[in-house]
Design a protein around this ligand. Structure first.
Ligand SMILES: Nc1nc2c(ncn2[C@@H]2O[C@H](COP(=O)(O)OP(=O)(O)OP(=O)(O)O)[C@@H](O)[C@H]2O)c(=O)[nH]1
Ligand SMILES: [Mg+2]
Length: 465
């Protein structure tokens, strides 16, 4: 072997080692209540990345603007036992005739992307033709997120919270089926009876969700059990009847309900978060502020409460289990008002301001811990065009698109309140936004969006240097 050849081999080897040393990994936690837009966000992100090198629509992302992002592709995820995120299926829906939104998520799924880019630094560019960033994302049903706050609660505390919820007449009215059960805490545990009451309690949760548009639905697995459907672990109810006067021993109804609640927390909730959420580097929290504005004060107050319970359980500042799992690594937190294409662009600052007031507590904590945070309004998949309407000789900003029923729409949805709405705002009842079908799109083009590139710059910009 010639000296030249040996040297070249060494050089190749060194480059390879450097290359591998330069590889970076980012695990992105995409969090949000159910229907907040997580799956649409992940689908849009993959779509934009796959188009990044050729026809990107990402001018606010520096690596793309400067042509340093060479491309991205989906690669097999590291956890082979977890289903792969159904990107193709989502895209089929979005590109369908007529275009439709991806389905609601019913279980956990992962996706891993390999991003190739040229470093900003000359030395790194000389050592390696390109660098690689692996991006890992987990998708799961938003309903399961509301199990997180349960981890900090005892059975008694949780029961107390549900009792307080039942003070709201709308919720109480729907609860009669399970609430009228006649039993005592000291009754002997009866498996069949508990299963039946848990069934009516679950039916109540479904009605709160579907008929009242509420988010504070706990335990989350009751409405979306996944592989645990029918398991005894999912058969318990909060104790909202007469409080037990004495200690309820083993074999009593109360003790059994409490045990199942603890079991649910320890095995199902904790297990899920430990398996899927450990080791995240970055987090995005999606908040749909608009749907509750449409639905009314009850729905808005409920969303606000659900959000603050979740932000509390992230507890970036407290030394708790979540913190051990997440915070040591999370260094950036992006809070997003999703589906911003539902309102005209001049309303976006008010939307961001509304979001800021909804997440103030959690954001402050994160900030205190040295986590960089930002709030923005975005649309992962823009479903409207901005136009102008005419009424009484005046022109007004308007949104154009197609309603879910296929009818063309031209409308001004209303003004977004910059802070949580007051009673006077609700009385005006001036806000009315419609859901739109995705815009028709060509498969070879990246999808239209609003500010997704700014989100990517915040979340990944410093990783592609
Ligand atoms: N106009 C518009 N609508 C959106 C956008 N993102 C989501 N939506 C709407 O919001 C719905 C819910 O979005 P998903 O992405 O499925 O929400 P999710 O958070 O994954 O919901 P779960 O899986 O149920 O937790 C979609 O079906 C769309 O109707 C967006 O960027 N623009
Ligand atoms: Mg989803």
């Amino acid at each position: 072997m010639s000296l030249e050849h040996t040297l070249r081999r060494w050089q190749e080897k060194a480059t390879d080692v450097v290359n591998r040393g330069l590889d970076r990994h980012v695990r992105l936690a995409v969090t949000g209540l159910s229907r907040s837009g997580k799956t649409a966000f992940i689908t849009a992100l993959v779509n934009q990345l796959e188009h990044a090198a050729l026809d990107a629509r990402l001018p606010q992302w520096e690596a793309v603007r400067r042509g340093r992002l060479l491309g991205a592709r989906r690669v097999p995820q590291l956890n082979h036992h977890i289903p792969t995120f159904a990107y193709e299926r989502g895209m089929q829906a979005l590109l369908g005739e007529p275009p439709a939104w991806p389905e609601a998520t019913r279980g956990v799924a992962e996706i891993r992307l390999e991003l190739r880019y040229q470093s900003r630094h000359l030395l790194r560019r000389q050592l390696a033709e390109h660098s690689t960033l692996y991006l890992e994302i987990v998708d799961y049903p938003g309903e399961w997120l509301l199990d997180l706050p349960l981890l900090a609660l005892s059975f008694e505390q949780w029961s107390e919270q549900v009792r307080a919820q039942l003070a709201r007449p709308a919720l109480r009215e729907l609860a009669s089926d399970w609430l009228e059960t006649r039993w005592q805490a000291t009754d002997p545990f009866d498996e069949g009876r508990v299963a039946a009451v848990a069934g009516t309690y679950t039916a109540w949760l479904h009605r709160c969700k579907d008929e009242l548009g509420l988010h504070l639905i706990q335990p989350g697995r009751f409405v979306l059990p996944g592989e645990y459907a029918g398991a005894p672990m999912l058969q318990f109810v909060p104790w909202v009847w007469q409080a037990p006067e004495a200690e309820c021993g083993a074999g009593s109804l109360y003790a059994a309900l409490r045990d199942r609640f603890e079991h649910y927390k320890q095995h199902l909730v904790k297990g899920f978060y430990e398996q899927h959420f450990a080791g995240f580097d970055r987090q995005i929290v999606l908040v749909d502020c608009l749907q509750p504005l449409n639905a009314g004060p009850e729905s808005f107050a409920d969303m606000q409460q659900a959000l603050s319970r979740i932000m509390e359980s992230f507890s970036y500042g407290k030394s708790n289990w979540w913190r051990r799992l997440f915070s040591p690594r999370i260094d950036k937190l992006l809070l997003v008002a999703s589906k911003a294409d539902h309102v005209t662009p001049e309303q976006h600052p008010a939307l961001v301001s509304l979001l800021q007031s909804l997440v103030r507590g959690g954001r402050g904590q994160a900030h205190f811990e040295g986590i960089e945070t930002e709030c923005m309004a975005l649309a992962s998949v823009r479903a409207t065009e901005v136009g102008q309407g005419q009424s009484g000789g005046h022109t007004f900003p308007a949104l154009k698109g197609t309603g879910l029923d296929g009818q063309p729409l031209l409308l001004f949805p209303g003004e977004v309140p910059a802070t949580p709405p007051t009673a006077a705002w609700w009385q005006q009842g001036s806000f009315d936004f419609q859901s739109f079908r995705p815009l028709p799109m060509a498969p070879h083009q990246a999808m239209p969006h609003v500010r997704l590139d700014a989100a990517l710059e915040f979340l990944l910009g410093d990783k592609l240097v």
